[in-house]
Design a protein around this ligand. Structure first.
Ligand code: GAR
Length: 202
């Protein structure tokens, strides 16, 4: 059984899509906890509304990464909640070795571009500014690089002449909300390999 910990820093619409898919019975998983580095992030409120433990953790003194004592604290929270898989959903910090090694092959992310194009921050904006005619989203395994892990699922959208950045992102987010639960269900069914091997849930 996938026992998910979902990490996010913002509004949590992807987390909501995962919650909805579980409640609709199309995703066979449970969410053990939702974690955020941002105290008032709406993702935490979404979790509370569904009686899912919602936990804020402090990343200080680091601004862009989860490391050191904060990472140890997060590992303890994950153990306390018996999480065996991590879904990053709009989590805006770089995950470092301690968490990566503890969840090797058991951590995935969603990114708002067709990787390997436009990795890193603001992938959607970078693609729009570049003038791409097609873009989309990618669900991928997390490795030590920035958005470099093996691709699990992608969805494509067309960027029409009349599209603004906002209207493009609206279409993109709608596809993210399909792609993420779908990818998780494939993993729940052990249909995805990571670096040529099966994922073993603890
Ligand atoms: C999503 O578009 C996701 O692809 C992006 O943040 C948004 C979170 O939205 N992630 C990244 O840019 C990661 N580098 P949400 O909080 O509504 O799910």
């Amino acid at each position: 059984m996938l026992k998910l910990a979902i990490f996010g820093s913002g509004s949590g619409t992807n987390c909501q899509a995962i919650i909805d898919a579980i409640e609709a019975g199309t995703l066979h998983a449970q969410i053990t906890c939702v974690l955020s580095d941002v105290e008032d992030a709406y993702i935490l409120e979404r979790a509370r509304k569904h009686n899912i433990p919602a936990i804020h953790f402090d990343c200080a003194p680091f601004k862009t990464k989860l490391d050191g004592e904060a990472e140890q604290n997060v590992l303890q929270i994950l153990a306390e909640h018996d999480a065996n898989f991590i879904a990053l959903a709009g989590f805006m910090r770089i995950v470092k070795d301690g968490l990566l090694n503890a969840f090797a092959g058991r951590m995935i992310n969603i990114h708002p571009s067709l990787l390997p194009s436009f990795p890193g921050l603001d992938g959607g904006k970078k693609a729009f500014d570049y003038g791409v005619k097609f873009t989309g989203c990618t669900v991928h395994f997390v490795d030590a690089g920035v958005d470099t892990g093996a691709v699990i699922n992608q969805k494509i959208i067309a960027v029409e002449d009349g599209d603004s950045f906002e209207s493009m992102m609206e279409k993109l987010h709608a596809q993210e909300h399909i792609a993420y639960p779908e990818a998780l269900q494939w993993i729940a069914e052990s249909r995805i390999n990571f670096a040529g091997r099966r994922i073993t849930l603890k």
